[in-house]
Design a protein around this ligand. Structure first.
Ligand SMILES: O=P(O)(O)O[C@H]1O[C@H](CO)[C@@H](O)[C@H]1O
Ligand SMILES: O=c1cc[nH]c(=O)[nH]1
Length: 246
């Protein structure tokens, strides 16, 4: 056990999917994993371990915002030796190039959070995704015909209700596709611990058009994102074409 996770040593897999919503964690475990076991419910932040295509994988709720997420990811890395974390989140689209229910694979994350500046004594740091996970997620998304995926920057904000809407236009002009609340600190923590991280997010709402999904849809319907994350972390289905030549 660690301070905020109830799992016994060895109960968490080297690969963890990380939704903010603990109920999305339960839906993922029940929908995509075989033999999923609940191993943590401290503060209601549910964590499960099961298998996907025979490979061990865990799913852990992280809460909303970088301080909450960082508690869980720090403990996953330092107490459970987790090797790779793929955030499976929701995000708000900032540009009409991106539609509700599209998937955004975050190559890097800007932020207004002070967490990185505290770590680097006021200097800026550029948090980026693990390239291997990023490339694998892009490839997994390209194999599907049921979702449009975008690779680019997200903005990991400390506030959900944006106090500075005038910043949306310059951010979009500088390549930011969507807003969410965790990727930046996740990427920094992974770098600090020498582990792999990626954020794959489904667009739950559109900051420009006002279109939005319901809370239930955000909890239980973002399947493509989950399958892309699983394939990125654990490998594509064996299609028989990649078997080694005898
Ligand atoms: O749906 P999740 O993964 O929680 O992600 C997004 O949703 C929450 C805000 O509603 C924030 O955590 C944001 O990053
Ligand atoms: O942080 C978030 C997450 C989803 N949608 C938003 O607008 N912001």
């Amino acid at each position: 056990m660690s301070t905020h996770l109830g799992a016994a040593p060895g109960q968490i897999a080297p690969t963890v999917l990380l939704p903010g919503d603990p109920l999305r964690a339960r839906w993922i475990a029940e929908t995509f994993l075989d033999d999923a076991v609940l191993h943590s419910e401290v503060r209601g932040m549910l964590g499960f371990t099961g298998t996907w295509r025979g490979l061990p994988v865990s799913v852990q709720g992280s809460g909303m915002g970088q301080p909450s997420m960082a508690i869980y990811v720090h403990e996953l890395f330092s107490a459970y030796d987790v090797q790779q974390v793929v955030r499976v989140g929701s995000c708000g689209a900032l540009t009409e190039r991106v539609a509700v229910r599209d998937v955004v694979i975050a190559s890097g994350a800007c932020t207004d959070s002070s967490m990185n500046r505290l770590r680097f004594h006021g200097l800026d740091y550029a948090p980026v995704a693990d390239f291997g996970l990023l490339r694998a997620a892009y490839d997994a998304a390209q194999r599907r015909d049921d979702v449009t995926a975008h690779v680019g920057l997200v903005f990991s904000g400390d506030t959900f209700y944006n106090p500075r809407p005038e910043l949306t236009e310059p951010m979009v002009a500088h390549g930011v596709l969507a807003v969410e609340m965790e990727a930046s600190a996740l990427y920094t923590l992974a770098a600090a611990h020498g582990r792999r991280a990626l954020a794959v997010c489904t667009v739950s709402d559109h900051v420009v058009t006002g279109e939005e999904t319901t809370a239930e849809e955000r909890e239980q319907t973002f399947s493509a994102m989950v399958e892309i994350a699983l394939e990125a972390a654990l490998g594509p289905a064996d299609d028989g074409l990649s078997a080694p030549v005898a």
